[in-house]
Every structure is written in C-alpha cells, then in structure tokens.
Design a protein around this ligand. Structure first.
Ligand code: BGC
Length: 441
C-alpha cells in the first residue's frame, strides 16, 4: 500500500499543456463535416472527394499511432510531443492557406499524423507524470479536452456554416497549436522514461517538480527496479504469455471503443437528424457536443474513487439502453433523440475516457509505448472502418437495423469488460507491473 502523493501546481500546468493535444485532436476530427459545403463551393468537390477529405485525417491517425509509441520509447515522450505540436502548426497553416484540393488533403493528412501521435503519446505521458491516486483523473482530462475540442468544432461549424469563411476554421486551430508548442519546452520528460534512459537522478528531479510532497521517495526503489535500463524493450517481449494476454485485452478494448459506434454519432449526427432540417440538426449536434463534454467530468472527478470497472460497466450498459431507444425510436424522433443522449452519457463516462486510462497503465514501462501504439493503431483502423461503412449500412439496412448491430456489439463489449478488464484504481504503475508479471492483473 502506498501513501497518497499530491501533485504540485506545476503538474497542473503540465496537465493543461499536454491535454491541449487532445483539444486539437477533437477539433480537427469533428470540424470538417460542418464546412464541407463551403469547401465544395471553393473547390467543386465530388462526393468521393468529400468523403476522402473527411477520412484522410483518420489515415494520418493510423500512421501517427503506428509509429508514435515506438518513437516515444526511443526518443522520449516530450520530444515526440514537441514534434506533434510542430506538425499541428504546419497542418493548420497548409489547410488554411490551400489553393487547391490536393493542398487541402496534404494539410489534413499531416494533421491526422499529429492526431495519431498525440493519441498515443498524450495519455502515455499523463499516466507517467500523475501520482497513482490521480492517474485516472489526469488521463481522463485528456478525453475531457478532446470532447472540448469536438464541442468547439461544432460551435464553429454552427456559427460559420455557409459563410464561405472556411480558412478561419483552420486558423482557429493554429492558436492552441502555437501556444502548446511554446509551452511544451517548459514541461519535464516523464520520470519513468528518465529512469530508464537517463538515470535515477534525472527521474528524481522530474518527480520533485511534479509532486507537492516527498511521498514519492518511499517507492523510488520500485521505480528503479521496473525501469531496468539494461533490458531492452524489444518487440519479442510483447510475446511473453502474460504480456500477450494484456496486449489482447488492450487491443480489444481499444477496438470496442470504436465498433460500439461512437463516431457514427460524433461524425454523422447532422446526417442522422437531417430530417429535422439543417439548422435544427446542427443545433442537436451542438447539444450532443455539450453533453459529451459535460458528462466526461463525472469520470474525471470520480474515476479514482469509484474505479475503472464501475464506470466501464455502467457506461456500456447505458450505451445499450440508448441504442435500444434509438432502434425503437427510428420513427419517433423524441425517443430517438433521448436514446442518443443516453448513449452519449454512457460513452462519456465509460469507454471514452477509460479506454485511454487503462491503455496507459496496464503495460510495463519497457514496452509501454509500443504496446499502447499497437492498441491505439487498432483503434484508428476500426474508427476508419466504422466511418467508412456507416453511411452504406444505413442506406442498405436503415438506421434501426444498423444500430441493432452496434447494440449487439455493445452487449459483447459489456461481457468482455465484466470478464477480462482488471481494476487498476489507486495502484502505482510499478505495482500494476508487478501484478501483471505474476499473472495476477
Ligand atoms: C474516441 C474518438 C471519439 C471521441 C468522442 C474518443 O475517445 O477515440 O474516436 O470521436 O472519443 O468523444
């Protein structure tokens, strides 16, 4: 049992700076659908061009997440975060200044790579700087900022739609990117990475800055032991039986986060509600953004008290209820809308934040980056598949039957969580690593 460590004010600054990456991630993934008509007017895009423009960010995400973990293991978390912020700046400028469709595509692809990188390195960094009893809150704040980014994107779309001012949409994204880039030079490398690559002294300095008290000194020995700088974090390590099990659990959780259908709502809400008229559907979308953001606070504040499993089980159960109402409400709009909000509530307290939290804490330090990278790569692959197939599915089967499919998958997800997801609340990353190595996690 460890005593509670408290974080310093400086750690809060670090939290804000790193979670800015989540804000930019959320903004870019959600903003594009609302300005498609303006882009269409500017560049005369075919339906295929539009679809490709929306989805190329996800392809970039695939690539960024694939390399992000391994790069962060090798060069350090902080360096990769700085490179990500540079990519975000370049991506936003290229998009805003585009004179042609290929330039726009290039800007969006680059931005996607940045998003993919942050989606791995952001949660990884936060888990490694957070005190054990606040780790859930720190990593959930990343998701909170992501939902804030989505909300800002919806608001920007709502205000600018049809005004022909699409460049502004991208310049807005430049503001947090530049601020983050500057601020990143003032954050430390994580104690875990330093311990492994630069020695115990540097790790201690970093912990000293990040903590309010000296409790961390009690278990510095455990940190040193798991950092084991001599052992290489080779890919072969991923194949040890207890690690193989954790890899499978992490990859499945990450895939479930996507195939339970969240982005059918986040990306296509205006389409789902298009029957209500364009203005109303954009307004409902905005409310969805607000709900997604506000409900995430519940997890941020309570995850370290009530635990990961509690929120995952409650959240996915709520998603299933929401999906049922959506199915029953196919022709009764009020029921359908209620269903969407219950579903969003469930995702925002459960799979949304807690997927990132668990992925950042269940893997041993030596392979944390690579293992997370693999799981989050799978997340992007399935994000891409769901986004690509959703419109076809509703055209072929209708909304009700399509949500029946996602509902069935959510049921499988609930069983998977119940039987396989471990509780990690309040344990230090070193304790988790020790339990995992004995097969007790
Ligand atoms: C998911 C995104 C999703 C967002 C919605 C994230 O955790 O990875 O795909 O758009 O949550 O809030």
């Amino acid at each position: 049992m460890i005593n509670q460590e408290r974080f310093s004010l400086y750690a809060l600054f670090v939290l804000l700076v790193v979670t800015c990456g989540g804000l930019i991630f959320g903004y870019h993934t959600a903003v594009i659908s609302g300005i498609l008509s303006d882009l269409n007017t500017a560049f005369s895009l075919s339906t295929f061009d539009q679809g490709f423009l929306v989805s190329i960010v996800l392809l970039g995400g695939l690539i960024g997440s694939f390399f992000g973990g391994a790069l962060a293991d090798r060069f350090g978390r902080k360096k990769i975060l700085i490179i990500t912020a540079l990519i975000y700046c370049a991506g936003a400028v290229i998009q805003a200044a585009s004179h042609s469709y290929p330039e726009l595509l290039l800007g969006r692809f680059l931005t996607g790579i940045g998003i993919g990188l942050t989606s791995v390195v952001g949660p990884l960094y936060l888990a490694e700087v957070a005190p054990p009893d606040f780790r859930g809150a720190f990593v959930s704040t990343y998701q909170l900022m992501l939902t804030a980014g989505i909300l800002i994107a919806y608001a920007v779309d709502f205000l600018l739609e049809g005004k022909g001012n699409w460049q502004l949409v991208f310049y807005i994204a430049l503001i947090p990117a530049v601020l983050q880039l500057i601020a990143l030079f003032f954050i430390p490398e994580t104690p875990g990475w330093l311990m492994r690559h630069s020695g115990v002294k540097r790790a201690e300095q970093s912990l000293d800055e990040l903590r309010e008290d000296n409790e961390w000194k009690e278990h510095i020995g455990e940190m040193e032991a798991v950092a084991a700088p001599k052992k290489k974090g080779r890919l072969k390590l991923l194949l040890k039986p207890h690690l193989k099990r954790l890899i499978v659990i992490g990859v499945l959780l990450s895939i479930f986060q996507q195939i339970t259908g969240i982005n059918t709502i986040i990306y296509y809400a205006p389409k789902i509600f298009s029957g209500a008229g364009e203005n109303i559907s954009l307004l409902i979308t905005l409310y969805i953004g607000v709900a997604n953001f506000l409900f995430t606070f519940l997890s941020v504040f309570l995850i370290d008290k009530l635990g990961r499993r509690f929120f995952l089980l409650l959240g996915v159960s709520a998603m299933i209820v929401g999906q049922l109402l959506l199915i029953l409400g196919e022709n009764i709009p009020s029921l359908g809308i209620t269903g969407v909000f219950i579903y969003i509530f469930g995702f925002a307290i459960g799979l949304g934040p807690i997927t990132w939290v668990l992925l950042s804490e269940i893997y041993p330090l030596r392979i944390r980056g690579k293992a997370m990278g693999l799981a989050i790569f799978a997340n992007w692959v399935f994000n891409y598949i769901v986004s690509l197939t959703f419109l076809m599915l509703i055209e072929y089967f209708g909304l009700g039957k399509t949500f029946m499919l996602y509902g069935f998958i959510s049921l499988l997800c609930l069983l998977f969580i119940y039987f396989y997801i471990p509780e990690t609340k309040g344990k230090s990353l070193e304790d988790i690593e020790l339990l995992a190595s004995k097969g007790d996690l």
